[in-house]
Design a protein around this ligand. Sequence first.
Ligand code: ZN
Length: 344
Amino acid sequence: MKAVVIHPPHELRVEDTALGECGPGQAAVPIRAGGICGSDLHYYRHGGFGAVRVKEPMVLGHEVAGEVLAVAPDVGRVKVGDRVAVNPSRPCGRCRYCAERLFNHCENMRFYGSAMPFPHIQGAFRETLVCDASQCEIGPPGISFELLALCEPLSVVLHGIGRAAPLAGKRVLVTGSGPIGGLAAPPLRHGGAAGAVPTDVPGEPPSVATRLGADRTIDVAAEPEALAAYAAGKGTFDLLVECSGNGEAIRGAIPTLRPRGAIVQLGIAGGDVALPLNTIVSKELALLGSFRFHEEFATAAKLIGSGALDLSPLLTGTYPVDQAIAAFELAGDRRRAMKVHLAF
Ligand code: ZN
């Protein structure tokens, strides 16, 4: 069975790996679409991010969907032929944070394709994934596997904007024009936000962001005065959804926030970032980190499966697994790509 494996320090190979046994409570899911995420790209390009380093070969991937091939006899939840998105979040259910239902903070989290713990947690970019049936969210018959695979990044966004709930009537600025920033506008609209303006949008993605429901887009490098206009009168936006992790983008956005506004920090930086602390104090801004998700995955599957959110403008293309390196190169080019998928 083929799998996409990162070797330290950052060499990507398509390799044969063993297919696991389908044990009690489990399903075997041939993967039809696997979305390449920013963290996969960090492992590929730099061997990790921040203090996280790839120290042993690791199968990448955590944004996957497939068609169920087999289920254990005790599984009633999913059946053969179901199209499913597989939740990569696997908390232990026993630690103190699981007991508090803060599952994304599980002390023993086994999130697919993560080099945070050692041994690393092997990922889901493989021909067939054996997983717990409870991880599977069922989509409607015939749904695109690529759309189903967007359940994972959409869950990240849902968790983030949920940190700043309620959204009704809020004016929102989104920084960062990658897939997470692109995915922000549809659920913000759905949640009742008054509007969303993504910034930091070079090349092609502006049209994508607009098709996804953004009011307008601002290429900060090309038109810095467009963003500065929102800083008049102590600011315009109630909420900043920060998806870039870029210090310059964050510092540029903070003056556009109104007093008592909030920042949801989704973007991850390579290291520490300097922030204008005195502005945060004097404007009484709330700074809210956001990390992964858990129960939002089922919500994401409902929003995508029902067609309540149309995320198709985000899809760039799907490549056979043997072209994994070309697909990773494309996924890393923000001027040409939003979300690139691998097919197995
Ligand atoms: Zn736990």
